[in-house]
Design a protein around this ligand. Sequence first.
Ligand SMILES: [Zn+2]
Ligand SMILES: [Zn+2]
Length: 150
Amino acid sequence: MMEITFTCPECGSGIHVKPSVEATVAQCDVCSHKLPVKFNKDHEQGIVKDCPCCERKDFYKQKDFNRKIGVVLFVIAAILSIWTYGISFIVLYLFDLILYKILGDVVACYKCNTLFRKVSNISEIHGFDHEMNDRIVYSDHDFQGQAPTH
Ligand SMILES: [Zn+2]
Ligand SMILES: [Zn+2]
């Protein structure tokens, strides 16, 4: 079944839930904040078309790679490169390649950063689009699931 991670608007913690049509709130384990959610039949089948948190239809997919870990690894490689004459960067590059092969795709909502794992309609979701992201985040534009055409 699809796994959904909401971001708690109160404390920023991840709230992990499985979609269920009956559920109307997701509760944060850390601060007990209750987040209103709207699941439909699509979600129970792993299909992401509407965001259960903000009800937008704009999503992107990315590799399920923790960016914080990536930054930490890069810093370690940068420090080590002083003694290894840059070899650590090659190791990091290879490590990245391997990691990217193992990791699956994760779908994210542009508007509220809700994450979806084990999505069945993953092939319909496009990669991250900077223009869409800027317009949704800064000018609150609603693309209704239609990526801008150039
Ligand atoms: Zn919280
Ligand atoms: Zn959303």
